[in-house]
Design a protein around this ligand. Structure first.
Ligand code: SPQ
Length: 432
């Protein structure tokens, strides 16, 4: 397995960065464009491996999709023009592709099968399969369809009222997509607020959806219309460099054009609570999504408690927040984050194991972790275990470690941030 050795920084970080397009929005833009009638153009598309899995999945359904770098043109011919795939669909490492497309594949009148890589094959699929069955879906698979591979005997589903048992944007989105294609009305009742990009994009693609408190209502038999869309920068990618600047003394950076959707910007709240010198300026909207610039300078940080409703808002940022907590004065407690156990790795274990290997005072709990700081981190080895966010956490740790940090399997970072190492070096060079 490949590895890369990263040396500690001598000076702080400086410069401006534009992070790549948002992963969640890129997936969803492809889904709606591929189901739409008419040609859609997507710019600033995330070219990470996960989003390319969603593109390939729709090519298997006969949709013509052209991609030139970050520009994607999708020649949608409508739901009725889709063709039955002739081979199994490969979801790769992408949980978002697997969960969201389950809602689509179950509701289209085609037979299809799908599988994933070793990591995705361990992640629970029953969270989408069981509620989709309440709508009449016929899905079979390994361990009673708890795990991939799955087979979909696609058919017209019937709208239903579904109370969600997990706080998950992927499950919500699968049900809304199935509801959009089903006969009748579907109500999805969320357990707590999760990222709302699916709902935002539905409005963008001409789909009617209503929200009342935690209840989302969608009428069936809706055909999306084509749209032209620019994807905002991914706040989950920006988070790595925001924390890097906060913890590396002498740093000052600006991240431009990043998505500031309030259901996604918990990292900014967390850094503010930790006492970071961070400023956010909303500059406008792309489609329905707010975007802006975030500037941050290094400063002393303090420990905090993260729990409850804030957790879904920063779930993917917990690995990098844990690194920030190793540099904060006092204790940081992360609770209510049991969902971390079913990500690309068990992110409670992979964060604790790797940060402890660098000398951090960190322990795992049933639903999160406890970190005491500040601690000077040593050099050492960080194993990404094929999880992009763990690889990036390790790379950012190398900025402040007292010796070189070796990252095992850094290639996994391409899943969500193909330009990561370019940006990682770029903001150092500008210091000289
Ligand atoms: O797509 P995947 O592999 O599930 O990606 C992750 C990530 O770290 O990039 C999680 F591992 O993000 C999920 C996120 O955790 C993306 C997502 C979405 O686009 O809807 C929602 C979250 O998952 P969930 O299960 O809480 O809905």
């Amino acid at each position: 397995m490949s590895s890369i050795q990263l040396n500690p920084l001598k000076e702080g970080l400086s410069g401006n960065l534009s992070v790549p397009g948002d992963k969640s929005i890129s997936h969803r833009a492809v889904i709606f464009s591929a189901l739409a009638e008419g040609t859609s153009h997507i710019t600033n598309f995330l070219t990470g491996e996960d989003c390319l899995r969603t593109v390939q999945a729709f090519r298997e359904f006969g949709v013509e999709i052209e991609r030139k770098g970050k520009e994607v043109t999708i020649y949608g011919k409508g739901i009725n023009a889709l063709q039955t795939p002739t081979q199994p669909i490969n979801f790769g490492n992408s949980g978002t592709t697997a969960r969201l497309l389950s809602g689509v594949l179950a509701a289209l009148p085609h037979f299809s099968t799908a599988f994933g890589d070793a990591s995705l094959s361990k992640r629970p699929m029953d969270r989408v399969v069981l509620p989709l069955r309440e709508m009449g879906a016929k899905i079979s698979g390994r361990e009673e369809a708890r795990l991939l591979p799955l087979a979909f005997e696609g058919r017209e589903l019937t709208g239903a009222t579904i109370e969600m048992s997990v706080k998950s944007a992927q499950v919500k989105s699968a049900l809304l997509l199935a509801g959009m294609l089903a006969e009748g009305e579907t109500n999805v009742i969320e357990k707590g607020t999760t990222r709302n990009h699916t709902e935002m994009l539905m409005s963008e693609y001409g789909i009617h959806i209503q929200k009342e408190g935690q209840k989302l209502t969608i009428q069936g038999n809706q055909q999306p219309k084509s749209s032209d869309l620019r994807v905002p920068g991914d706040i989950s990618s920006a988070a790595f460099f925001l924390v890097a600047a906060a913890i590396t003394s002498g740093s000052s950076i600006l991240i431009e054009g990043v998505g500031l959707n309030p259901t996604r910007n918990g990292i900014i709240t967390a850094l503010e609570q930790m006492g970071a010198d961070i400023k956010t300026e909303e500059t406008g909207r792309v489609g329905h999504e707010p975007v802006g610039n975030v500037s941050i300078k290094s400063s002393k940080l303090n420990g905090i408690t993260l729990e409850g409703d804030l957790i879904p808002n920063l779930i993917d940022e917990i690995p990098i927040i844990a690194l920030a907590a190793t540099q904060a004065e006092g204790q940081t407690v992360i609770k209510d984050a049991g969902e971390l156990k079913v990500k690309e790795t068990n992110r409670i274990d992979s964060v604790v194991f790797n940060l402890r290997a660098l000398g951090a005072d960190i322990e795992a709990t049933e639903d999160g972790m406890i970190i005491n700081g500040p601690v000077n981190l040593n050099g050492g080895t960080v194993n990404s275990y094929g999880d992009h966010r763990i690889g990036m956490m390790g790379a950012i740790a190398s900025y402040i470690a007292e010796g070189p940090v070796e990252i095992i399997n850094p290639k996994s970072i391409d899943i969500s941030y193909p330009e990561f190492f370019e940006h990682f070096n770029e903001i150092q060079k500008k210091t000289s």
